[in-house]
Design a protein around this ligand. Structure first.
Ligand code: ZN
Length: 342
């Protein structure tokens, strides 16, 4: 039994609350708390959903001294995991390039060739499984096929397709889901981000807490987001079309994000029509005629707008000027918008 540390490092609770994740995540957390586990897991889901935070939380459960409420986040063991000072807790990350190389894996395998430092569990997290080269994966496979006793691997990856089928077959896979709007808002409020700001980035962040925080802290992004979400639903006259395309004409480098923001603006009423209560709530910030169009199920109109965005994406990589691409796109959106008055 490890000695309780007198001066434990500063304790940080997991920054993400996983209670709104699906049943499979809840079951996983419970299974770690009672040590009813297999030796290798894969956590998948978009960037920013909290895969690494969840992996750390699970590792804490393995070592936590308060087994009845593991992970307590308060005991010396929990604190050592969070501080990164636990001798039987590893995060396997690239050392030389951005990719996790076969050399990285082999160096690590030497470290775990001996028994765990404190004779109990050992947790190995691979925070960015997408970055593993095929050679590194093949090297890791050997350990996964013949794991040392009481070693638990947790691989985090945005896409399971970035892993070799042979590696995948050795991992128990659990998917993290986008957060529902209410949970998303409450998680961001724990980081002093207001409800209004949180709602602004909900759709475009794909319900991902980490992505939302990155967007909100990007001083360039939010003004662009506001400009597009306010101007697109108002497009009606030739003057509106000209002034918005003029304002954006120099931002061809941001075309990807601009088109995504436009798509998001148009997709929300479509989602509201299909019954998404989160989208319905987001519609409250739209002009009244857009709210009405969403209620009247003008689906074909929104679909036409979305098709026009797809076409504009294609056009933007051709020789046509970005301003001209935007003008034709905004013309189609305004035509559809105006048709609702008729
Ligand atoms: Zn604990």
């Amino acid at each position: 039994m490890p000695q309780k540390q007198k001066s434990a490092p500063e304790i940080r609770l997991s920054p993400i609350d996983f209670t709104s994740q699906g049943e499979s995540v809840q079951r996983l957390i419970r299974s770690f708390a009672v040590k009813n586990i297999v030796h290798a897991y894969l956590l998948t889901g978009d960037a920013g959903l909290g895969k690494k935070s969840l992996a750390r939380l699970l590792a804490q459960s393995l070592f936590c001294e308060n087994s009845d409420k593991a992970p307590c986040g308060e005991c010396g063991e929990c604190a050592r995991i969070l501080a990164g000072t636990h001798p039987d807790y590893f995060e396997l990350v690239p050392t030389k390039t951005k990719q996790l190389s076969v050399e990285d894996v082999r160096n690590f395998q030497e470290k775990i060739a001996v028994k765990s430092y404190e004779g109990g569990w050992r947790a190995i997290i691979i925070p960015n499984g997408d970055s593993m080269t095929p050679q590194a994966q093949n090297a890791l496979l050997k350990t996964l096929e013949n794991p040392p006793e009481k070693n638990v691997f947790i691989v985090c990856a945005c896409r399971s397709s970035s892993l070799l089928p042979t590696v995948l077959s050795r991992l128990r896979s659990i998917a993290l889901l986008p957060y529902p709007l209410a949970a998303f808002v409450s998680q961001l409020s724990r980081r002093s981000i207001g409800e209004r700001e949180a709602k602004k980035v909900y759709a475009v962040s794909g319900g991902s807490i980490g992505t939302a925080i990155a967007m909100l802290s990007d001083s360039d992004y939010m003004p662009l987001r506001d400009q597009i979400s306010l101007s697109i639903p108002k497009l009606s006259s030739a003057r509106d079309i000209a002034s918005l395309s003029l304002a954006l004409k120099e931002r061809k480098n941001d075309s990807d994000i601009i088109f995504s923001l436009i798509e998001q603006t148009i997709r929300t009423p479509l989602l509201a029509q299909s019954g998404s209560s989160d989208a319905r709530e987001l519609m409250l910030d739209y002009p009244l005629d857009w709210q009405k169009a969403a209620r009247e199920e003008r689906e074909s109109s929104f679909v036409k707008m979305l098709e026009a965005v797809m076409e504009a994406r294609k056009q933007s990589v051709s020789n046509v000027t970005f301003q001209a691409v935007l003008e034709s796109l905004f013309y189609i959106i305004s035509e559809e918008h105006n048709s609702w008055q008729r």
